[in-house]
Design a protein around this ligand. Sequence first.
Ligand SMILES: C[S@@+](CC[C@H](N)C(=O)[O-])C[C@H]1O[C@@H](n2cnc3c(N)ncnc32)[C@H](O)[C@@H]1O
Ligand code: SF4
Length: 426
Amino acid sequence: MPRGDTVVDFNNVLGGFLRNDLAIYVHWPWCKAKCPYCDFNSHAGMPREEEYVAAVCAELAWWRAQGLGERRLVSVFFGGGTPSLMRPASIARILAAVAPLGRGLEQAEITVECNPTSSSLALFEGLRAVGVNRVSVGIQGLEAAHLGFLGREHSVGEALGTLEAAQSVFSNVNADVMYGLPGQDLAGWEALLGRLAAMGLAHLSAYQLTVEKNTAFYSAVKRGAWQPIDSDSEADFFDTTLRVLEAAGYVNYEISNFARQAKHGVMACAHNLHVWRYGDYLGVGAGAHGRVRLADGKRVATAVVRQPEGYLLKNCANGEMFAEWKEIDGARGIQEALFLGLRLREGVDEAWLQKNAAAGEWEHAVDLAELRRLEEKGILQRRQGRIQLSHAGWARLDGVLGRILRRLPESEYQKRPHVFIEPQLN
Ligand SMILES: C[S@@+](CC[C@H](N)C(=O)[O-])C[C@H]1O[C@@H](n2cnc3c(N)ncnc32)[C@H](O)[C@@H]1O
Ligand code: SF4
């Protein structure tokens, strides 16, 4: 099996927090330009690469000093923002700081998110030379009008050229694409999917365009410049995606994610799969979130200060970078496992969760009557100790979660010396 490729064993899915696997998410918060639909923690400023990389390495050293136990490193994911703006030497420095956190970095999936405006064959070769084995390229579309609407600063030719260059270096390449743009037609979408599938990409992420608050698109929709598509059209786009990609040999292992069935297994994204299975991951870099079990057995949810300038003011070596640090109790843990795991076709290991819950915790977290009702309606399936959404439930995830997860009181931030409030920066 090529290094970094993922074989998804759908029969061996225990709650990730039982295992010692650890993934690392590294956030890079800068982009060349801010896209009008995007509410990620991404900023069109001048990257302060040297300082930033030093801060990330200091965070990783801080985590190492926490003694997280014997861990197997399964993934390092450089997400953004646009991490393809980083020099491969910076990636190498960060990977060197990751290595002491566990064993097996040599076998781990190491992904970098790339934008066609900052990618080239030379960059991909440089990334491979420092240990990267997977890239995820945001192409978004293959029609000039769509790229223009999305404010993308690359052409269709550049998008395709970037994918070809990536595939000439890596066997594990993902493309991000979006559907549900106003005026987009199904025939064009089908042609796009067919073209990408014919390229033999390992993975495709097909996202429905969502209009997020605090974006230029949100203001445009509010003033009536255009309307998002209706839910019937959404379903048509999703059904088309499923039909075309399944016929081309892809497995829809998560709502928006499709992995090619290869000889040695399904080429799913090991990183995202680990997170959705509720495995432990550290989130380092501005605004990154994490979930990790500490040496004392408690599991915490962490979030790093979001603004890059505020983050760079922190002394990460002393663990000053957190904007949030919350302990996850049993009921919240069950809810998070369902919230994440129901996105997956394989669903959630209900039997394991119940077995490991303290008395009354399962009932406290889950509305059992609603669960049964949704099962009777065919929206949920409960089989062999697992809960999964049925095909009919697939498009209704938000509604399902809203019904089965009981409202829990907001947990207090833990009082610990290194929790600081993010400074307000304009
Ligand atoms: C953090 S971006 C990383 C990729 C890289 N920065 C780029 O844009 O080329 C991850 C992906 O999220 C998707 N995305 C971002 N905002 C979205 C939105 N409002 N609706 C749907 N998908 C979105 C895009 O497909 C994007 O490629
Ligand atoms: S979509 Fe990608 S390039 Fe555009 S602003 Fe968001 S993170 Fe940056």
